[in-house]
Design a protein. Structure first.
Length: 174
């Protein structure tokens, strides 16, 4: 390739690609959080309007557990994604670890939230009447897109182990 066609330093192509993918992964996670929120709203709507076995669905402990678990999944995914985006914006070297973390965590949380919403809706949850089945497929697809979860877990572990070897620990406060 002629030198005039180089887009960066020789030997840095993979890093340049990873840097571009990081922003895309953050965007996918932000979108997934919005979708989780929509699925959560649909689940709560169903729980508050449906009566089963002599009482409102919202009074059933398993539905209350679904709502609580989904709240925690959405909150954790949101905060992790905000932290990753802030690190990317600061060019923080820890950003790559956070990007891999949200790439694994957020689609898995998205799958769990949507699965719970489908369960609360019953057969309607997997019908074309609601967006939940499409959301579930999208969430599952994200666990493969941009590299499977296992690859990102290996990267996370390598970054953490390297930081322990060079600096003696990991700082979760920054």
């Amino acid at each position: 390739m002629p030198a005039s066609n180089l887009l960066g330093a020789v030997g840095q192509g993979h890093q340049a690609a990873q840097d571009r993918l990081g922003a895309g992964r953050v965007f996918h996670c932000m979108n997934s959080i919005g979708q989780m929120w929509r699925a959560f709203d649909l689940m709560v709507e169903r729980a508050t309007t449906r009566t089963v076995h002599g009482g409102p669905l919202q009074d059933k402990q398993f539905v209350q557990g679904f709502i609580a678990d989904s709240y925690m999944d959405i909150s954790a995914a949101r905060l992790m994604t905000i932290q990753a985006a802030e690190r990317v914006a600061r060019n923080d070297r820890g950003a790559r670890t956070d990007i891999s973390s949200i790439k694994v965590f957020v689609p898995a949380a998205y799958s769990r939230v949507v699965d719970r919403a489908i369960q609360v809706w019953g057969a309607a949850g997997v019908s074309s009447d609601l967006p939940l089945s499409g959301m579930y497929l999208g969430a599952r697809t994200l666990r493969l897109a941009d590299g499977p979860d296992e690859v990102h877990k290996v990267l996370i572990a390598k970054h953490v182990l390297d930081r322990y070897a060079t600096e003696g620990g990991w700082d979760f406060g920054n």
